[in-house]
Design a protein around this ligand. Structure first.
Ligand code: SAM
Length: 309
């Protein structure tokens, strides 16, 4: 039996929080993937509703939905404003982003995301652009690698790991996930090996795909792209993403500096709709273990207009 491309996470909650209303208007799915969320959005739109799906992975285009109300944009969501404007869209009624990698990307050995399967050390979500993790590791300095491991992997002793990787590449180029795991295995803490490898794979993936900058760009563009009252619904899978989303939804900046007027009204483009992130139920996690780390946050566009920079 063919494996599913991706099982959508927190499907019901995310669709409910988008507030699709009578199904008219223009909507955006920033991370189309297998189209699980998009399909349900379309089911809830009326004949005038429009949905734009974005995905930077050319593989996702095979899942494009044949529906006159749907447009799939094969691009990084950090360019959403530009691509939507090209399609005559200045404002949307709601934006959904289900961040990270799809099961298809994760479970395809050739994409290099998985530490369980040996494959080329690639890790690009768009494997036709940018440099692979192998190319990055071949060229970076140990100091650059240390910063990436510390910031994005939050590992202990990133200096030691970075030096060991750089020393190993002097012997032989590191071109496969298996080789990287073998090098790391000498430093892996007993009993917690997989968590250790996963942190390092995560750090490299974030760097290779510039994931946090792309997310910052998307959040800032959502301020311009959403109508007053429009919802921003974001599902993140690790604390670095979730922190950016939480701060931006609360204060309109990534430093989380909350500004208020003299009456104490918060001056920010978004107002959080849920106080705490929504997590998957035990039942959903049992059925789909990838839902375990999911954190869903929702905010509504206020009438606040940030000063142009
Ligand atoms: C978790 S999956 C989304 C799954 C989707 N919600 C579904 O139900 O099938 C994330 C998808 O977003 C894409 N993606 C991640 N970051 C992106 C970015 N910056 N721009 C465009 N697509 C991105 C990935 O290629 C992947 O296909």
């Amino acid at each position: 039996m063919e494996e599913a491309y991706h099982v959508p996470v927190l499907l019901e909650s995310s669709i409910e929080h988008l507030k699709l209303g009578d199904g008219s208007g223009t909507w955006m799915d920033a991370t189309f993937g297998g189209g699980g969320h998009s399909k349900v959005i379309l089911q809830n739109l009326n004949s005038e509703g429009l949905l734009f799906g974005f995905d930077q992975d050319p593989d996702a285009t095979h899942n494009a939905i044949d529906d006159h109300r749907f447009t799939l944009v094969e691009a990084n969501f950090r360019y959403a404003k530009q691509f939507l404007s090209h399609n005559g869209v200045k404002k949307t009624n709601g934006i959904l982003a289900d961040l990270g990698v799809s099961s298809h990307q994760f479970d395809t050995a050739g994409r290099g995301f998985s530490l369980r399967m040996d494959g080329p050390l690639d890790m690009r979500m768009n494997h036709e652009a940018g440099i692979s993790a192998a190319e990055y590791i071949a060229d970076c300095t140990w100091e650059e690698l240390m910063v990436v491991l510390r910031m994005y992997g939050e590992v202990k002793r990133p200096d030691r790991i970075a030096r060991a990787i750089v020393a190993a590449r002097e012997e032989n180029p590191i071109t496969t996930t298996g080789e990287l795991v073998r090098i790391l295995s000498k430093m892996a803490p007993g009993g917690r090996e997989n968590k250790f490898y996963a942190q390092i794979f995560q750090a490299l993936r974030i760097e290779i795909n510039d994931e946090l900058s792309a997310l910052r760009d998307l959040l800032e563009q959502a301020t311009d792209l959403l109508e007053h009252g429009g919802r921003l619904v974001v599902i993140s899978y690790h604390s670095l993403e979730d922190r950016l989303v939480k701060h931006y939804m609360r204060s309109g900046n990534f430093e989380d500096k909350i500004e208020q007027d003299i009456k104490g009204k918060v001056l920010a483009p978004f107002k959080p709709v849920v106080r705490k992130a929504i997590c998957a139920s035990a039942e959903e996690v049992l059925f789909n273990p990838r839902a375990r780390s999911a954190r869903l946050r929702v905010a509504e566009r206020t009438d606040f207009l940030p000063k142009p920079c």
